[in-house]
Design a protein around this ligand. Structure first.
Ligand SMILES: *Cc1c(COP(=O)(O)O)cnc(C)c1O
Length: 372
């Protein structure tokens, strides 16, 4: 029954261990399952990862982005500059506020927003820039932040894949007006589901807290219109256990990536670039394949190596985006985004990999040779 799984090296492997189960049982026995002391403790602990910024826990990474944008006052008539080479949640959070998404291209030698493209995308309606720290590699914050400052724009960091990634020693989620993290099971750490808003601004944090809870600080004394985007104490308890494991797991991811970097030699394969001063936390280990990617993926799968494309369709080519653009006669020229979407493949890098697994990944990848 397990023979197939034994042969496969999976591309992701979320952990739900005994400690997580014990923590959940404890919360259930306490009877205090909704947003309570575990959520407060999780927020407090997470703050250490983002230079002591204020943390507000919510029910998903998408909610974290959405509430941050709302709290910044972004809505109808505003534009937010977003990379199209990301998970749809980045752009969805903008559209859910009523604001318009303006797509900017990524850098040719990486997967993050290209500062020159961002500069060119700014209009009088631009309210914010949303860099995405894709795959766990920090976006070019050292070049994006000055643009935002000069143009008077907010920076909202999508750090959903990048827990403890950093640039020149500064952690992601500590650069912009606010940062958003996800605790979905496949992320570097999880809370079953969940998200975190990080900010240095106490007023912004207070608004996010109001928005996540029907606009209430005092019960039934609603101050603004809000939603229910609270994290449960069950999730927070899991998140706290996982937070305790994150440093060791991240070092394993980085060590696994270093091994792959050192041993992958197939000319058809380009290993993930790392910018100067960047701490990459390898949510994904994403290579580019020259030649026939489908054939390469089929060969990897045949060799029992899990692999996946994140993301095969750039956001601007997804129906909820191209359809209104088409109606408005708007087109995007994003050659680097389209190129990346055609070339990328993510390989197993997660902390559960054994040395034997890594050797099998390398053997299968190097067998691709010059051109799959
Ligand atoms: C996972 C993810 C999100 C959304 O997080 P959820 O917790 O799934 O809502 C947003 N942006 C990126 C880049 C992500 O990878």
């Amino acid at each position: 029954m397990t023979s197939i799984n034994e042969q496969q090296v999976p591309v992701a492997s979320p952990v739900i261990g005994e400690a997580e189960i014990d923590a959940v049982v404890q919360v259930l026995r306490s009877g205090n399952v909704v947003q309570g002391p575990e959520v407060a403790a999780f927020e407090e602990c997470f703050s250490a990862l983002v230079d002591g910024r204020i943390c507000v826990a919510v029910n998903s990474g998408t909610s974290a982005l959405h509430l941050l944008l709302l709290a910044l006052g972004i809505g109808r008539g505003d534009e937010v500059v977003v990379p199209s080479f990301s998970f749809a949640a980045s752009a969805n959070a903008v559209r859910l506020t009523g604001a318009d998404v303006v797509f900017a291209d990524i850098e040719p030698d990486g997967f993050g927003l290209d500062p020159a493209a961002v500069e060119a995308a700014i209009t009088p309606r631009t309210a914010a820039i949303m860099p995405v720290h894709l795959y766990g590699h920090p976006a070019a914050m050292d070049r994006l932040t000055p643009i935002a400052e000069r143009r008077g724009l907010a920076v909202v960091e999508d750090a959903c894949q990048a827990h403890t990634a950093a640039l020149h020693g500064k952690p992601v989620g500590a650069f912009g007006a606010g940062g958003a993290f996800s605790f979905y099971p496949t992320k570097n750490m999880h809370a079953l589901e969940g998200g975190m808003v990080t900010t240095a601004d106490p007023e912004l944090a207070r608004t996010v807290r109001l928005l996540r809870n029907q606009g209430m600080e005092q019960r039934y004394a609603n101050e603004i219109v809000g939603a229910n985007m609270r994290m449960t104490d069950v999730s927070a308890a899991v998140g706290r256990v996982q937070l305790g494991r994150l440093a060791a797991w991240t070092e394993r991811r980085r060590a696994n990536a270093a091994y792959l970097d050192d041993h992958i030699t197939a000319p058809a394969v380009t290993v993930p670039p790392v910018a100067e001063g960047a701490r990459h936390v390898y949510h994904q280990y994403t290579v580019r394949i020259r030649g026939d990617r489908d054939a390469a993926m089929a060969r990897l799968t045949g060799a029992g190596i899990g692999n996946a494309v994140y993301y095969p369709t750039p956001i601007h080519r997804l129906k909820p985006y191209w359809e209104p653009d088409q109606k408005a006669g708007r087109t995007w020229d994003l050659p680097e985004t389209d190129k990346a979407a055609d070339e990328v493949v993510s390989l197993p890098v997660h902390p559960s990999l054994t040395e034997g697994d890594l050797e099998r990944v390398v053997t299968a990848v190097n067998a691709l040779g010059e051109n799959p």
